[in-house]
Design a protein around this ligand. Sequence first.
Ligand code: ATP
Length: 256
Amino acid sequence: DNGGPLLSVRGVTVRFGGIVALDGVSFDVPRHQVCGLIGPNGAGKTTLFNCLSRLYAYQAGDIVFDGESITAMPTHRIATLGMGRTFQNLAMFRTLPVRDNIMIGAHSRSASGFIASALRLPAVSAEERRLRQRADEIMEYLELTSVADRPAGDLPFGTQKRVEMGRALAADPKLLLLDEPAAGLNHEELADLGRLITDVRDRLKMTVLLVEHHMSLVMSVSDHIVALNFGKKIAEGTPAEIQRHPDVIAAYLGAP
Ligand code: ATP
């Protein structure tokens, strides 16, 4: 579309009673990049994700997605804009098969699917074929085809995390929000995750905003990193710049 950043966060402030969870945070996420969002526990990373998907209201500031302010946008429109998200506590249906979980993810982007199923139109079957085909593609991409019919909740944790990723990818989002995708993964799964994130950028042409505590993963996959502490942006730059930034080092070492 326009050549501007895909996402622009401008002076976003969120208070919970006396706690200022985000304090005038501003940054841009350019298109087709991986942007890392780091910071110690309680820095405000998840709160920011919740503002992007408008689960939380912000008291000040503006968020512009793909050239359009989402601040006053009706919630049902936000769902169709093209932001996909994974959750720290996996957000899938544990008793449903992997395939159904991913089909539900693909469905969430398509307004026509909603309308057709609400009205019980015969179009549902054509729509269902499309969703099934999309789910098959995603499962193949994530090497989940062999577990397509297994209940998602029965699978090993690392596989469940791939299902969660598939649910978010299936809607073909412009922006993929990943909330601690590395948490709980073993060494080999971590290496796979790193390759997957850069492949999502390079081959699927998506933009990724990555909240992650696993520093070597963030440093290896991010084009750009934003660091928060106590709700404020303390630094942004390339991984090399962030790694040697005195305020970032101090935040992680707990120095004053
Ligand atoms: P972590 O790395 O531990 O997930 P985080 O950087 O994601 O931390 P947030 O979860 O965004 O941090 O929390 C930022 C601050 O806002 C914390 O002080 C937290 O206690 C507070 N907070 C977040 N959500 C709420 C809420 N719903 N009600 C009250 N306080 C909240």
